[in-house]
Design a protein around this ligand. Sequence first.
Ligand code: ATP
Ligand code: MG
Length: 139
Amino acid sequence: MASNITLTMIKPDAVAAGNSGKIIDLIIQSGFKIQAMKLTRLSKEKAEEFYAVHKERGFFGDLVKFMTEGPIVAAVLEKDNAVEDFRKLIGATNPANAAEGTIRKLYATDIERNAVHGSDSDENAAIEASFHFAGVERF
Ligand code: ATP
Ligand code: MG
């Protein structure tokens, strides 16, 4: 059976802090294969589209502002059980609750500036991979 995929974004806080390389190394060492990767920056419209599910939440405006403040690293990652295993690797949304050794425990600042995104289902992983990458950009 083909491996599953998940979509990650190394968020503007972690890119600006110079933590992209360490996070990418941790991802590879944890058994994920990189299918696609790029440094890019979300426009306000694209950030609102990506996080549309949260548009009624009180933190939505701040989240869009944060996600557009600087470049991100977007990547498609492949592994058996990719979505669940990657959510385990990144840790809880709030780094205060994230397990030791997780990416958010290591590199997040707070519940908003939390270093990385990970897809929450196989269906959303496919949607989010297509959001960031054309077919010819995936290997
Ligand atoms: P992501 O979707 O980025 O992987 P997540 O699935 O762990 O994170 P979500 O509930 O989907 O968490 O929230 C999306 C993002 O919105 C969070 O990663 C965080 O940056 C921000 N966020 C979530 N909850 C809050 C909050 N209470 N206050 C401020 N920002 C928040
Ligand atoms: Mg989420």
